[in-house]
Design a protein around this ligand. Structure first.
Ligand code: G
Ligand code: MN
Length: 407
């Protein structure tokens, strides 16, 4: 295995030559499974065979580095731009399309290739490698064999400012009402963090949450959200003792050591009972590490905190998982809700999700309710709660003065 220093030196040399070049990262999937089923020796031999295949498909000027047990980094000098680099990647994909024969075993490598080109994606070795490395993830997520990164997507993100904003309490908590269609029950809100960068202006929550998830800042961001939400709901409960808040919980934050206890401690600190807090976890994220998440969610529920599956219907949750997941509420993704009026199939799907949910003893929230017609349809199919611009937009928590109880 070769070290980072060697890769960086080789890249620095190419940069010094002044000619464009490409960096490819090849990540091989399922080799660990091969090792577990056929033995470490077979997996190692397969990895060696894979390197031979890659080497054979490269030009003599290209350089190959083994950067992990099953990962390979390739430098392609004198590659003119992305289109040219894509041709090279496609050639590697074709070369790797045949099984590797090791000790009479056929091992089919599943390889995702991520690429970056210089100078388009920069000239810094570390940045180029990260851009290519991240692109392998993009390729995997998109079900593609290769993808090229976009250094700008990350390089332009003001991470240091985000870290400072979290530490300095410079984010703003917004609350959006979640209204009961039966008219009964306590007042409920979903907490949403908003961030305005001093120079860049408002940064979309999707963008800064993704950046936080990539960099490990998500645990602090989630802690900030929880703290701000509980502080606000504690104040609201003085006038409206039943008020409840839902907080979005990243699965990465959930898995942070000690997280469950931190939530319990925060509830105690703000004097908010556990049943006033609901944590929303997106279905897609849950599916990545189901067993571990089930344990942690059970611990939260054991403490009396309720759990919702967010964006339900978009993350491939199977019925088996639905059976095992310790949850209290399904939030039907807005992509279904927004089409209910125009698409009868969307309406039927929402109706079926509500029935499924009720059969499992869960409550349903429809997200993205933008007009009265949709709300009427949701009432007709027995939805429990609605949320969306028609009911109320997210508003700064400070503007929501504690009022009298809703009902
Ligand atoms: O993934 P989650 O459901 O937590 O996303 C909440 C986001 O949805 C917030 O950023 C909020 O601003 C947005 N949102 C809330 N209500 C509506 C709505 O009615 N329509 C649309 N398009 N977005 C909404
Ligand atoms: Mn949510």
């Amino acid at each position: 295995m070769q070290g980072r220093a060697q890769v960086e030196a080789a890249i620095a040399e190419l940069v010094a030559e002044g000619a464009p070049f490409a960096v490819l990262v090849l990540r091989t999937q399922r080799m660990h499974e091969v090792a577990l089923s056929l033995g470490y020796a077979v997996a190692e031999a397969a990895a060696d065979a894979l390197v031979d295949v890659v080497r054979a498909a490269l030009r003599p000027v290209d350089q190959l580095f083994r950067i992990g047990a099953y990962d390979v980094l390739v430098l392609l000098p004198r590659v003119r731009g992305r289109a040219h680099a894509e041709l090279a990647a496609a050639k590697l994909v074709r070369a790797l399309d045949a099984p590797l024969v090791v000790d009479d075993w056929n091992v089919l490598p599943v390889v995702a290739i991520g690429g970056a080109t210089s100078p388009a994606d920069g000239t810094d070795a570390d940045l180029l490698c990260r851009t290519a490395d991240r692109a392998t993830g993009i390729a995997l997520a998109a079900g593609e064999r290769f993808a090229f990164g976009d250094a700008d997507a990350d390089a332009g993100f003001p991470l240091a400012s985000l870290r400072a904003a979290i530490a300095d309490n410079a984010l703003v908590l917004h609350l959006q009402e979640i209204r009961s269609l039966s008219g009964a029950g306590p007042r409920r809100y979903e907490a949403l963090a908003r961030w305005t960068h001093p120079e860049l202006g408002p940064v979309s929550p999707q963008r800064f949450v993704e950046a936080a998830e990539r960099t490990g800042l998500i645990a602090e961001l989630t802690r900030w959200s929880l703290n701000a939400s509980l502080r606000h709901i504690a104040a609201m409960r003085v006038a409206d003792p039943g008020a409840q808040v839902s907080v979005n919980l990243s699965v990465d934050a959930l898995q942070w050591p000690g997280f469950v206890q931190q939530v319990i401690d925060l509830l105690a600190f703000w004097g908010v009972p556990a049943d006033a807090l609901l944590l929303e976890v997106t279905e897609g994220a849950l599916m990545r590490d189901v067993s571990r998440c089930i344990q942690l969610l059970q611990a939260l529920r054991g403490a009396g905190i309720r759990i919702a599956i967010d964006d339900f219907g978009t993350g491939y949750a199977s019925m088996a998982y639905l059976r095992r997941l310790p949850v209290d509420e399904l939030k039907i993704d807005r992509s279904f809700v927004m089409d209910m009026v125009t698409d009868p199939r969307a309406l039927r799907l929402v109706e079926s999700m509500i029935q499924l949910s009720h059969h499992l003893g869960l409550e349903t929230v429809a997200e993205g309710v933008e007009d009265a017609e949709t709300m009427a349809l949701l009432r007709g199919v027995g939805c429990d709660f609605v949320q969306g611009y028609h009911i109320g937009r997210p508003a700064p928590a400070d503007t929501l003065l504690p009022g009298p109880p809703a009902h």
